[in-house]
Write a protein that binds this ligand. Structure first.
Ligand SMILES: C[S@@+](CC[C@H](N)C(=O)[O-])C[C@H]1O[C@@H](n2cnc3c(N)ncnc32)[C@H](O)[C@@H]1O
Length: 284
């Protein structure tokens, strides 16, 4: 890239950042980089040269962004852990908060890094949790479960784009209710279920409301899914570990559900913003 090119790109970058800031959009610098690289067909902003720039496309993305649509829903992509995931109107855009689940499971299972074993990503959406784990645990296999056939389609696209399809299986199911499901050889289940109280949905910020309601609504107290998952696993005396994403608002209720089922909490961890975000449970 010549100095001239850098000047041009940096001018466009500065203009985008200014517009985003004016509209009070968080992380304007990183969003500006994503807008430029995505419009230029490059994976990384650092690889964009002036000849790649597509000003019409940049303006079209920026216009939608300034109208309030989340960037991931405009460009149908969201970075998570080591990869970029396809996302659309049928899936929750992966959130950086959820990376603590991947990090913790990798810490716990580092001794299994090359061993063959099975796990489940329950309520899988884009598949960002299970696919990130498959990418790191090189001999593992994941069963992705979601009630939405459209979400499973997105999950399959991501699995195939990341060359993980040979170690991925997919099931459209209401949680673990499929009668053919055999959990006896499952080492762990990771799940980020919907956990917003139904009555709080209307108060969510307008960007979150671009995610499907099916991925957000956790019922009257936000705990419908935790209740079902914990009860189901307790009834069958599940021998593996359950890693659940939580929110500080539902934490106490989830802890009570675990205790009511005589299950055990192994740890609760916080995300990078210091919010309680993960609870690890055993049923033994
Ligand atoms: C909060 S999103 C999580 C998506 C993804 N795991 C992530 O962390 O980004 C919850 C997902 O649960 C799915 N879901 C909702 N109800 C379900 C049910 N009864 N059984 C299985 N999946 C369900 C939704 O379709 C959605 O994809």
């Amino acid at each position: 890239m010549t100095v001239e090119n850098i000047k041009e790109i940096s001018k466009i970058f500065d203009n985008i950042v200014t517009s985003l800031k004016k509209n009070h959009i968080n992380n304007p610098d990183s969003e500006a980089k994503i807008i430029i690289s995505s419009a230029s067909g490059k994976k990384n902003f650092n690889f964009v040269s002036e000849s790649d720039l597509n000003i019409d496309k940049i303006n079209s993305i920026l216009k939608k962004r300034l109208e309030g649509k989340p960037l991931a829903k405009i460009i149908n992509q969201k970075g998570f852990w080591n990869d970029v995931f396809y996302t659309n109107e049928n899936t929750l855009d992966p959130r950086a908060d959820s990376e603590i689940l991947v990090e913790s499971i990798l810490d716990d299972f580092s001794f299994m890094k090359t061993k063959k074993f099975n796990f489940i990503d329950l309520c899988s959406g884009t598949g960002c949790l299970g696919l990130s784990l498959l990418g790191e645990l090189s001999s593992s296999h994941c069963l992705f479960i979601d009630i939405s056939p459209e979400a499973i389609k997105v999950n399959k696209i991501n699995s195939s784009q990341l060359n993980l399809d040979k170690r991925s299986k997919f099931l459209v199911s209401n949680l673990l209710s499929d009668p053919n499901l055999n959990l006896s050889n499952i080492e762990f289940i990771v799940s980020n279920p919907p956990y917003i109280k139904s009555s709080d949905i209307k108060n969510l910020n307008s960007e979150t409301l671009h995610d499907p309601l099916l991925s957000l609504d956790g019922g009257a107290d936000g705990c419908d899914f935790y209740r079902s998952i914990i009860n189901q696993l307790n009834n069958i005396e599940f021998k593996g570990y359950l890693y659940l994403e939580i929110d500080p608002i539902v934490k106490d209720k989830v802890v009570n559900l675990v205790l009511e089922n005589n299950a055990n909490i192994l740890y609760i961890k916080q995300d990078y913003l210091k919010n309680d975000r993960l609870i690890k449970i055993t049923f033994l």
